[in-house]
Design a protein around this ligand. Structure first.
Ligand code: AP5
Length: 233
């Protein structure tokens, strides 16, 4: 870890001092996935993206996948009993112990209450905030490959056009990035987010970050705010 970087604070509620469990919250298109990948690399912990885990299950066409797909295509939340099965795949006991950056969970107070599903309570909760207008703009231009590598037609284009720079596969539009579905996802997000933010603010875990601007600038802000919140230099 780089000197001066956030270390999760002096003690952890469970899982020992190394349990750097960080949760990212934010509207669709706020850059959770983009920032979670950067933060996870900085902290040396895995990035757990619930949306990616769900899309992998959908691609496998299992019964769970088929059921999850019906909710995801409409931009609705997948029922908690299915989400738990998916989380168990990503958050193994060792990952829970060592720490992670979790993107996409929790999305409701009910999910936040189920700290067992997260492998323990989070050490910090980062809220990435942007305007709905910017969220719609970003999602309209998003393209991704089946492996989950994310691009933006204007802001983060692939050097290979509509092919992934990392694996060469064809970039596609996510089915839930159609504008009418994005609007529904934003309505659902706003309906659920305030109680969640209030809860984490009360617990002293909430770190607010303006997610507008270049991804690198946002990443720096995230690290700075986490460092400030943990009280370490
Ligand atoms: P999920 O995949 O998690 O979707 P989401 O939360 O709607 O978030 P997005 O992936 O759309 O956006 P993001 O914030 O990650 O932004 P990104 O970095 O990609 O979940 C999908 C579905 O799964 C849900 O709708 C639900 O059905 C289900 N689900 C998931 N979790 C669940 C749960 N806990 N309970 C129940 N159901 C659940 O960036 C977006 C675009 O913007 C990209 O093109 C990127 O390149 C670009 N970009 C990023 N940062 C910047 C920047 N700073 N400036 C300009 N462009 C940027």
């Amino acid at each position: 870890m780089m000197p001066g970087m956030w270390s999760g604070g002096p003690t952890a509620p469970t899982g020992g001092p190394a349990a750097r469990r960080v949760v990212l919250l934010g509207a669709p298109g706020s850059g959770k996935s983009t920032q979670a990948a950067r933060l996870a690399a900085s902290l040396g912990v895995p990035h757990i993206a619930v949306g990616d885990l769900l899309r992998a299950v959908v691609a496998r066409r299992t019964a769970l996948g088929r059921e999850a797909a019906t909710f995801m295509e409409r931009g609705e939340l997948v029922p908690d009993r299915l989400i738990r099965d998916v989380l168990i795949e990503g958050i193994t006991p060792q990952v829970a112990l060592d720490g992670y950056v979790l993107d996409g969970y929790p999305r409701s107070v009910e999910q936040a209450t189920d700290t067992q599903a997260m492998g323990g309570p989070p050490r910090a909760v980062v809220h990435l905030w942007i305007t709905d207008q910017e969220a719609v703009r970003r999602l309209a231009g998003r393209r991704y490959c089946p492996e989950g590598h994310v691009y933006h037609l204007e802001d983060a284009p692939s050097r290979f056009g509509l092919r992934c720079e990392l694996d060469g596969s064809r970039l596609v539009v996510r089915p839930d990035d159609r504008e009418e579905v994005v609007r529904d996802r934003l309505v659902l997000y706003h309906r659920r987010i305030d109680p969640l933010l209030n809860r984490y603010a009360r617990e002293g875990l909430l770190v607010e970050v303006n997610a507008t601007g270049e991804p690198e600038d946002v990443a720096r802000r995230v690290l700075d705010e986490l460092t400030a919140a943990s009280g370490s230099p």
